[in-house]
Design a protein around this ligand. Structure first.
Ligand code: ADP
Length: 337
């Protein structure tokens, strides 16, 4: 059986640190060339998964397969992976050129060839003019590019990126995200990208893996996971503001055994709407407004309205939920029905 370079397969990975269970049976398959994002709250096990793939740690049980080969017992330097962390881990006493050439020289690439490759990687990431600088003479964004360029030079079959943009400011993240997508398209190298930021996870990933408490909650293309969350955890984790969930269905209709969910954008102000509520807060976000309302039975509902809505706190309003966009979950297990 031939397996394409760049496939990853995780089988029943379990990992504990003392009494803390970091991974509680994780299965995942990543196809060659995919960009998969791992997203979940802090402590859900995202970094642990990357460290196990990289070989920086061993699982208590389960297996890691790279390119179809069990690498569970193979040391990190012999796995064809390159990992980029949020702290760039550059050598402070080396220039950018030195940092980029270091790994090549360790692998006995001749100096002239190493220089040529370092420059090419630097040009690709737009940092060729920084080759003679030291890490402390650069901004966070520039250092991040150096770290990415260094990862490029390893020509791995898999990239593992652990919150690589966490220390960048919002505009730079936005720009870097687009570049990363373009770079991935160009290289076609399998990439796993860890983030706690759901926007980043949704915009970058071919598929999104949602983790909670050391378990995979759902895997799928971003829009699919958003439109059909597998459970109430995923429903609330992806989406900002989160999905409204009404136990028992209440004002949204339903019955005792279910929780009914509706996203804020699927609720509209409608004079003839069946749900009566009072507006408590209006948040103007410029391109839209969020209305925090409370129904007469006490149920809070957040409504995403257009910009400049004609309502104020204290106003009585009527709401209508898009019937095509109601989500039904089991009241007890939280699983989608
Ligand atoms: P995430 O990346 O999603 O924030 P981690 O994979 O870093 O989560 O951690 C998962 C869980 O394992 C957390 O509860 C964390 O505290 C614990 N953990 C991770 N690494 C260690 C460690 N070296 N020693 C003890 N506990 C750890």
């Amino acid at each position: 059986m031939t397996v394409e370079r760049g496939t990853i397969r995780l089988e029943s990975l379990v990992k504990s640190y003392g009494r803390v269970t970091a991974l509680d049976g994780v299965d995942l398959e990543v196809r060659a060339g995919e960009l998969v994002t791992l997203v979940g709250p802090s402590g859900s096990g995202k970094s642990t998964i990357l460290r196990l793939i990289a070989g920086l740690e061993q699982p208590d049980s389960g297996r890691v397969l790279l390119d179809g080969r069990d690498v569970s017992r193979i040391p990190p330097q012999r796995r064809a992976v390159a990992m980029v962390f949020q702290d760039y881990a550059l050598y402070p006493h080396l220039t950018v050129r030195g940092n980029l050439m270091f790994g090549l020289r360790v692998r006995r690439v001749p100096r002239a060839e190493a220089e040529r490759r370092a420059r090419a990687a630097a040009e690709r990431l737009g940092i060729a003019d920084l080759l003679d600088r030291y890490p402390d003479q650069m901004s966070g964004g520039q250092r991040q590019r150096v770290a990415l360029a260094r990862a490029l030079l390893r020509e791995p079959s898999v990239y593992l990126l652990d919150e690589p943009m966490a220390s960048l400011d919002a505009p730079l993240r936005f720009a870097t995200r687009a570049e990363l997508v373009a770079l991935h398209r160009e290289l076609g190298t399998t990439t796993i990208y860890v983030t706690h930021d759901q926007t980043e996870a949704m915009t970058l990933g071919d598929r999104v893996v949602v983790l909670d408490n050391g378990r995979v909650r759902q895997v799928g293309p971003p829009q699919e996971v958003y439109d059909r969350p597998a459970d109430t955890f995923v429903a609330r984790f992806l989406g900002n503001p989160p999905m409204n969930l009404v136990p028992g269905g209440g004002v949204l209709g339903g019955d005792a055994g279910v929780t009914i969910g509706v996203r804020p954008e699927d609720l509209a102000l409608d004079e003839d709407g069946p749900v009566e509520a009072t507006v408590e807060v209006v948040e103007h976000l410029g391109s839209e407004a969020l209305l925090r309302t409370r129904c007469d039975d006490g149920t809070p509902l957040i409504v995403r309205a257009g910009p400049r809505p004609a309502v104020r706190p204290g106003d009585r309003v009527r709401l209508r939920a898009d019937p095509q966009r109601l989500h039904r979950f089991d009241a007890e297990s939280g699983r989608r029905r």
